[in-house]
Ligand binder design. Structure first.
Ligand code: SAM
Ligand code: F3S
Length: 442
């Protein structure tokens, strides 16, 4: 009988991608099928996130619930992967001895081996090493939605921003060779995928080997991927402002397949805070990149990430961030309260600002970002957008959901036969992230 696998994913897009890969490996090697609830599962995997304290805390409360399920089904295997797995390793087994195996983002392809070792030895297993890039050689390529898929091009991060755990949990930047990426993209387009999102913590730090043995940059990779005839739309996430080269910006002129949307985390609008974060750019430099991007692609949508309440952030620093938001007029953004992460330099920094003040700042910033985002959605009313039909709408079976070039979800009436195709949709109205539209019948 086919065994049941339940995966719970916390955190970022990279984790979503990794969870899909875990399901693929387990399907291929263990003949497992993925289920929506943990109660009757044979294996429960937690793909964890340690970027902020809140997400980390949640894992341990969910583990408590899995333990209760295991009491009813002693054959249940519980695995903890992702960044908490990588950071805590053996410590997870001390705190939760009923966990059967612990793995990291770079060892997820070894899941079947870990499970086999657990069953053979009767002992819990831990593998949180960073083996070179071997994981990709063991992972099949599968679409994430109709017509669309993610392809990881670079693992880890070597920027060591003072607040961030990623370089410690995912390791240093390591790029996949160009030929491997092309092979994966071609295998996806052969399955009907036409929109590719190249994925990594810092895609524009890409330094991969080309077939002639030369090391090539991200702009080169983008050109090679967009030259593939079956690729119709190309996205990438996330980029770092420090590596937004002119060559990359120029592609927004020469490469129509490149979607007019860029997620470019800025974190703060204060030079003092940016330096303390070790981000490697100033506000002026960031604004200059945005200006060049808008010259290259006037309607480009720019989204960002912000951290509010970094240690030592004064009222003036915060106002500088609010000014940057108004100057750039971001399309949408994620914003977070600073969360001290053990082992990072910022966790040791002096921090005198009260939580109350930080919360009030976060609230103000989020309101401003939401108001600007709403203006963008309002300004799209009446326009016709080219939309890739990715799914049946979550709200109604009779509706389809697609994404516009600027990455907003649009719901509209249509038939399932349109899944995976590009259609023209006239936008009628919209909230911050979701638009309503109607099909344009030619
Ligand atoms: N690679 C991306 C970049 O270029 O900045 C960021 C990756 S990180 C997974 C996603 C976001 O989480 C960051 O942009 C930052 O805003 C937020 N973040 C990271 N560490 C944080 C912390 N200690 N507290 C609060 N937010 C944090
Ligand atoms: Fe984290 Fe900074 Fe890298 S936010 S993922 S260390 S660019």
């Amino acid at each position: 009988m086919q065994k049941k696998l339940y995966i719970k994913t916390y955190g970022c897009q990279m984790n979503e991608y990794d969870s899909d890969k875990m399901a693929d490996v387990m399907r291929a090697c263990e003949d497992m099928t993925q289920v929506e609830t943990p109660e009757n599962a044979d294996v429960i995997l937690f793909n964890t996130c340690s970027i902020r304290e809140k997400s980390e805390g949640k894992v341990f409360s969910d583990l408590g619930r899995a333990r209760e399920i295991k009491k009813l089904n002693p054959n249940l295997l519980i695995g903890v992967g992702g960044c908490v797995g990588s950071q805590e390793g053996e410590a997870i087994l001390k705190r939760a001895p009923y966990v059967d195996f612990v793995f990291g983002p770079q060892t997820l392809h070894r899941l079947p081996a870990l499970m086999a070792a657990r069953l053979a030895t009767g002992k819990s297993q831990v593998d949180i090493s960073f083996p070179e890039i071997e994981k990709f050689d063991h992972l099949p390529a599968t679409p994430t939605a109709h017509g669309s898929a993610f392809v990881s091009i670079i693992e880890g991060c070597s920027k060591y921003c003072t607040f961030c755990v990623v370089p410690y949990t995912r390791g240093e930047e390591l790029s996949r060779p160009v030929a491997d990426i092309i092979r994966e993209v071609e295998s996806l387009t052969a399955q009907g995928v036409s929109e590719i999102t190249l994925l990594g913590q810092n895609v524009n730090a890409y330094q991969g080997l080309a077939e002639d043995g030369e090391v090539v940059d991200f702009a080169y990779l983008l050109q090679v991927v967009s030259a593939l005839p079956k690729v119709q739309r190309l996205r990438f996430s996330t980029s770092h402002p420090r590596e937004m080269t002119q060559r990359l910006i120029d592609l927004y002129v020469s490469e129509p397949k490149l979607a007019g949307h860029l997620h470019l985390p800025v974190q703060s609008g204060s030079d003092r805070i940016l330096a303390a974060m070790k981000r490697g750019y100033t506000v002026l430099e960031y604004k200059s990149i945005v200006r060049k991007l808008r010259v290259a692609r006037p309607d480009i949508s720019i989204t960002s990430d912000f951290i509010v309440g970094f240690p030592g952030e004064t009222e003036a620093d915060f106002e500088a961030t609010m000014k940057l938001i108004d100057d750039v007029r971001f399309d949408a953004s994620f914003s977070f309260l600073f969360s001290p992460r053990p082992g990072t330099p910022a966790a040791e920094m002096q921090d005198d600002t009260s939580n109350e003040i930080k919360m009030a700042r976060l609230h103000r910033l989020q309101e401003r970002i939401a108001a600007l985002g709403q203006q963008v959605s309002d300004s799209m009313a009446g326009t016709v957008q080219r939309v890739l039909v990715e799914n049946i709408s979550r709200k109604s079976e009779a509706e389809l959901a697609g994404r516009t070039e600027n990455n907003r979800v649009v719901n509209f009436a249509g038939s399932p036969g349109m899944l995976g195709r590009y259609v023209d949709v006239r936008i009628m109205s919209g909230t911050l992230h979701t638009l309503r539209g109607e099909l344009v019948i030619e």
